[in-house]
Design a protein around this ligand. Structure first.
Ligand code: FBP
Length: 553
């Protein structure tokens, strides 16, 4: 494999650990914190997790290591979408494990949770690990979206672990995967398997965070990558002065990625799904809001602009989510075959018209035909519309175009509107991790091993005080049950980690709200440029604006 000079240089990078983990394994001890209780539904969660509920928060500190000496055989999986830094979690875990005892073993199960079920693994050694230090991607062992959630699956995992003598499993995943990690930990404890489970918080979406977890890894690098590209687009827009760019950015449902990208680049428009839902904004209102900026800028002679659209936006538009629910119903079971058998779009349209309520048909009718067809083409394995595949950047630009045509007819708009479209998603998920993510991830992995060594289970590896230099970061662990509440999922009450949506009274949104009108009407673009890996700390180690605002700057 040919290696780029940057990759070679990144191999040499030594990720920074929190000060308390820097003195060598033999100099790390535990400070016990308070007993924990779940954020809501305490009785129900306690009843579901009798063996792992209510444990203490813990912090590591400098002091003689009191963990019992024992050979450690650990398994690790990557779960869900890629996020920059995943390799470093595994490197940190491996380094701590081998520094403790070279006889310790780390298994990497391939392709996500299914690797654990199918007993498909590699055993890491130095040569293997060294190829992946400080690199992006999850290709070290691959990832997958199989859910590890049934008792039958847990029994298989227990068997696989028993076969290899594995005494702990590390699950690197998002809110769902870590919810399942907690359930697996409880199963292992209830069945006296002696196998521990530790989670690590991953997802570029930034929606696995709470009062204990300041951010999930990957968010920093992904948003910096998108911000670089949006900044470049803004500079092109401001140079050519003839296009409106509609940029959809990833983030399955929460709008953290869109908001952070906007905070870094100051575009003219950034929609926030959570606000759309809270204010029950209709498609027409959103369209009007964007068209106001287009028309206002055109009046100044500026027929250009940049709008950021979060991937999950349409699900937050109340009338749109009703429409999607009706379409799912309309195509349930065999009805989909009847629909697909219709030879022309006209006949399909008539079928749709006959099946939707009047209100939903009115919403459907104003959509561009390409979006109408997308709603009927793409189904997930459960037969549902895949909302993330809807080209919402095109949806809004088409609707703005129609809106502007009406304004033109009414004599209130005289500009030119030439929209261009972009979707930024996969471009950011496997980027070389920023120094922040390289350091954070390595620390999460190293810390996960310390939790294993001290015998904890059902804990999330926790590294906090992230706004400060790494030296001052605080390493420890938090019981996953502390982050759980009961939610209705697929018709049943389930204990889950609360997904963190953008808080409309939170500091990042409040700041954005206070400046967005100026951004919409003026040209306030900021060009962040590419992620820097070498150079002054204020350039290379800066964290996200979201984190800085949340932590009081
Ligand atoms: P995770 O929550 O699993 O980290 O995935 C995040 C994400 O990148 C979303 O932003 C996006 O909607 C989705 O994964 C795309 O999924 P896929 O990789 O299956 O196309």
């Amino acid at each position: 494999m040919k290696i780029s000079p940057l990759q070679l240089a990144r191999y040499q990078y030594q990720p920074k650990l929190p000060g308390m983990l820097r003195n060598g394994i033999s100099e790390i001890c535990v400070r016990d914190g308070a007993a924990t209780a779940s954020v809501a539904d305490q009785k129900k969660i306690q009843a579901l997790f009798p063996n792992t509920y209510g444990k203490n928060e813990i912090t590591f500190q400098k002091g003689a290591n009191t963990a019992p000496a024992k050979k450690q055989v650990v398994g690790v999986i990557l779960s869900g979408g890629q996020a920059p830094g995943g390799h470093n979690v595994i490197c940190g875990l491996y380094d701590a494990l081998k520094a403790t005892d070279p006889e310790n073993v780390l298994y990497g199960f391939k392709g996500g949770p299914s690797g654990l079920l199918e007993d498909d693994y590699v055993i890491f050694d130095d040569a293997y690990i060294d190829q992946y230090r400080n690199t992006g991607g999850f290709d070290i062992i691959g990832s997958g979206r199989t859910k590890l959630e049934t008792q039958e699956q847990f029994a298989v995992v227990a068997e696989v672990c028993k076969k290899h003598g594995i005494n702990a499993v590390v699950i690197i995943g998002g809110d769902d995967s870590n919810t399942n990690a907690a359930v697996l930990a409880e199963y292992f404890a209830a069945n006296n398997t002696g196998i521990q489970v530790i989670g690590c918080p991953k997802t570029i979406d930034g929606d696995l965070k709470n009062e204990d977890i300041e951010c999930s890894f990957g968010f920093d690098t992904a948003t910096k990558t998108y911000a670089e590209i949006v900044g470049n687009i803004e500079r092109d827009a401001n140079s050519a002065k003839k296009y409106w760019h509609f940029v959809k950015v990833m983030g399955r449902s929460a709008s953290h990625v869109a908001l952070e990208t906007a905070l870094q680049t100051q575009p003219n428009i950034c929609l926030i799904g959570e606000e759309v839902a809270a204010k029950k904004m209709s498609l027409a209102q959103i369209t009007d809001y964007i068209a106001d900026s287009v028309a206002g800028r055109a009046a100044k002679g500026w027929n250009f602009g940049v709008a950021i659209i979060p991937e999950g936006i349409v699900e937050f538009v109340p009338e749109f989510s009703v429409l999607i629910a009706e379409i799912n119903e309309l195509l349930a079971g065999a009805k989909a075959d009847a629909f697909n058998a219709l030879p022309t779009w006209e006949e399909k349209y008539a079928f749709i018209q006959a099946g939707l309520t009047e209100a939903s048909m009115a919403v459907f009718a104003i959509l561009p035909q390409s979006i109408q067809q997308q709603l009927f083409l793409e189904r997930d394995p459960h037969g549902n519309v895949q909302v993330s595949l809807i080209e919402s950047e095109k949806l809004f630009s088409e609707m703005v175009k129609k809106n502007l045509a009406d304004r033109k007819a009414a004599g209130t708009y005289k500009g030119k509107f030439s929209p261009l479209h972009h979707f930024l998603g996969y471009e950011g998920r496997c980027a070389f991790p920023s120094n922040f993510d390289a350091d954070y991830c390595y620390s999460l992995g190293y810390n996960a091993f310390m939790l294993i060594q001290y015998g904890y289970t059902g804990y999330l590896s926790k590294v906090s005080n992230l706004k400060a230099p790494a030296e001052e970061w605080v390493a420890g662990g938090m019981p996953i049950t502390k982050m759980m509440n009961i939610e209705r999922r697929h018709g049943a009450d389930k204990p889950v980690i609360r997904k963190a949506l953008v808080e409309l009274d939170g500091k990042p949104f409040k700041f954005f709200e206070s400046v967005r009108e100026t951004w919409a009407n003026e040209t306030c673009y900021v060009y962040p440029g590419a992620i820097q890996y070498f150079g002054p700390a204020e350039v290379c180690d800066r964290t996200t604006i979201t984190l800085l605002l949340e932590q009081g700057e």
